[in-house]
Ligand binder design. Structure first.
Ligand SMILES: Cc1cc2nc3c(=O)[nH]c(=O)nc-3n(C[C@H](O)[C@H](O)[C@H](O)COP(=O)(O)OP(=O)(O)OC[C@H]3O[C@@H](n4cnc5c(N)ncnc54)[C@H](O)[C@@H]3O)c2cc1C
Length: 376
C-alpha cells in the first residue's frame, strides 16, 4: 500500500486545513434537541456550499468523488482543527443511509433524498434494533403488511439515535407473512411525520436524550419507499452495516490520537512515572488504531470483517483514554463537562454498532476460522 503523499495530496491537505481553520464553528455544539439539529445542519450547509460535503460520494449524486486517501487526509485535518464531532445528528444520513440509497436505491429515491442530505436539509435515524432484537437483529418482529401500493407498519423500535429530531428513518421490518430470521424483511424509508408514529425519547447515563423508542401504529408507507427489492431487506441491511462498520467512524477513530495529545498536554511536564507510562501506551495504541484506520479505508477490495477488528479496537481504546482523562483530572474531572461527558458517553462504544462480544465472535469465526457459536 502506497502512503507517500503526492504534491497534489499536500495541496489538498493544505486547502482543507486552511478552510477548516477559517470556518469551523468554535462554540461547543448543543448536545440534544432542535438546537443540536440546527447547529449540525448549519455546519453541513456551510461545508456543502464550500464543496466540502459528500466527499466520498459519487459526483453523479452531488458528491466530490474523492479517493479514500483524500477522504482520510480531509478527516486528519478535520480532527486536528477540532471541527464538530462527526457523530452528530447528520451521522446516519451521511455515513450509512445516504450510501445505502446510493448503492441500492432507485433513481427516484436518489434524486429526492441525496441532495437533501448533502445540503443539510434532512436528518435521518436508524430503526433496526428492537427490545428483543439487538445483537440478534434477525429476531426483529415489527411488521409491514402489503395493502395495495402501501405497507402498513406495526411494532416498535428502540435505541433509535436522534429519532426525536429526524425527518426519515432507515427502517428494517418483516414484510413477508410467516417468514422468520433473515428472510422476508424489507429496508424501508420511513417519513417520521407519518400518522401513527410515536417517538418517546430515552435519556442516556450522561443525562442526554440522544436516542428514542419509536412506536408504529398502522403507519402507511408507500411501496415506492422500499429500498432494494421487497422482502430482500436483509441484504440491504448488510450493505448499511458494511458502511456503518467500515467507513462511518473514520474521523472518530483518528480523533482518538488528538485526544491522547490533549491528555499529554493536560498531564503537564512532570506527570509522574505511572501516568507517563500510561500515556505512552495510549499514544502507541492510538497510533496503531490510526494505522489500522488507514489500512481499512484504503484496502481494495475491502476485506470483509476488517471493520469488526477496527471497531473493537476503537471502542475499547476510547474507554481507556477517557478513563485516563478522569484519573488525570481527579476531582476536577467531575466539573469538567467536556471530559466527564465524553467519559460517560464512551461506555456506549462497546455496545453501539455491534457489541464488543459480537465483534469478538465475528473476529473469531470469520477471520480466525474458529468454531461457530451455537445459533438460535
Ligand atoms: C449509543 C447507542 C446508540 C444506538 N443507536 C442505535 C440506532 O440509531 N439505531 C438502532 O437500531 N440501534 C441503535 N443502538 C442499538 C445497538 O445496535 C444495540 O444496543 C446493540 O446491537 C446491542 O443490542 P442490545 O442492546 O439489544 O443488547 P443484547 O443483544 O441484548 O446484548 C446484551 C449483552 O449480551 C451480549 N450478547 C448478545 N448475544 C451474544 C452472543 N451471541 N455471544 C456473546 N455475547 C452476546 C452482548 O454483547 C451484550 O453484552 C444504539 C446503541 C447505543 C448504545
Amino acid at each position: 500500500m502506497e502512503l507517500t503523499p503526492t504534491d497534489e495530496d499536500e495541496a489538498f491537505r493544505i486547502a482543507a486545513r486552511d478552510w477548516l481553520l477559517a470556518n469551523r464553528p468554535t462554540q461547543t455544539p448543543p448536545r440534544e434537541g432542535q438546537a443540536s439539529r440546527e447547529f449540525a445542519t448549519a455546519w453541513l450547509a456551510k461545508c456543502h456550499a464550500a464543496g466540502w460535503s459528500g466527499l466520498a460520494w459519487p459526483t453523479d449524486y452531488g458528491g466530490q468523488g474523492l479517493s479514500p486517501a483524500r477522504l482520510m487526509l480531509w478527516y486528519e485535518e478535520y480532527v486536528r482543527a477540532r471541527a464538530p464531532s462527526t457523530l452528530d445528528c447528520s451521522f446516519v444520513a451521511l455515513n450509512h443511509a445516504g450510501p445505502t440509497v446510493i448503492a441500492r436505491g432507485t433513481e427516484a429515491q436518489k434524486a429526492f433524498h441525496l441532495p437533501r442530505i448533502l445540503e443539510g436539509r434532512s436528518i435521518w435515524c436508524q430503526g433496526f434494533s428492537e427490545p428483543g432484537a439487538g445483537s440478534d437483529l434477525a429476531a426483529l418482529r415489527t411488521t409491514g403488511r402489503v395493502e395495495g401500493d402501501e405497507l402498513v407498519v406495526n411494532g416498535q423500535k428502540i435505541w433509535s439515535s436522534y429519532a426525536d429530531i429526524a425527518d426519515y428513518q432507515e427502517l428494517l421490518i418483516r414484510t413477508e407473512p410467516g417468514s422468520s430470521r433473515h428472510k422476508g424483511l424489507s429496508w424501508v424509508i420511513c417519513d417520521m411525520t407519518l400518522p401513527g408514529i410515536t417517538v418517546r425519547p430515552i435519556a442516556n447515563m450522561a443525562g442526554v436524550t440522544h436516542f428514542a423508542e419509536v412506536f408504529y401504529d398502522d403507519v402507511r408507507i408507500p411501496l415506492s419507499d422500499v429500498v432494494g427489492a421487497l422482502h430482500d431487506g436483509w441484504s440491504v441491511a448488510m450493505t448499511t452495516l458494511a458502511f456503518e462498520r467500515r467507513t462511518a467512524a473514520l474521523a472518530l477513530q483518528l480523533e482518538l490520537s488528538v485526544k491522547v495529545e490533549d491528555l499529554i498536554a493536560m498531564a503537564g511536564p512532570a506527570p509522574g512515572s505511572a501516568t507517563a507510562e500510561r500515556l505512552a501506551d495510549l499514544r502507541a495504541e492510538a497510533a496503531a488504531l490510526r494505522a489500522m484506520t488507514w489500512r481499512t479505508a484504503l484496502r481494495e477490495p475491502a476485506t470483509p470483517f476488517d471493520g469488526s477488528l477496527v471497531r473493537l479496537t476503537f471502542a475499547e481504546l476510547a474507554q481507556r483514554i477517557h478513563r485516563a482523562a478522569m484519573d488525570i483530572l481527579g476531582p476536577a474531572g467531575l466539573t469538567d463537562s467536556h471530559w466527564s461527558y465524553d467519559y460517560l458517553e464512551s461506555y456506549s462504544e462497546t455496545i453501539a454498532g455491534g457489541a464488543a462480544e459480537i465483534q469478538r465472535n465475528i473476529i473469531a469465526e470469520r477471520i480466525l476460522g474458529l468454531p461457530r457459536e451455537p445459533r438460535p
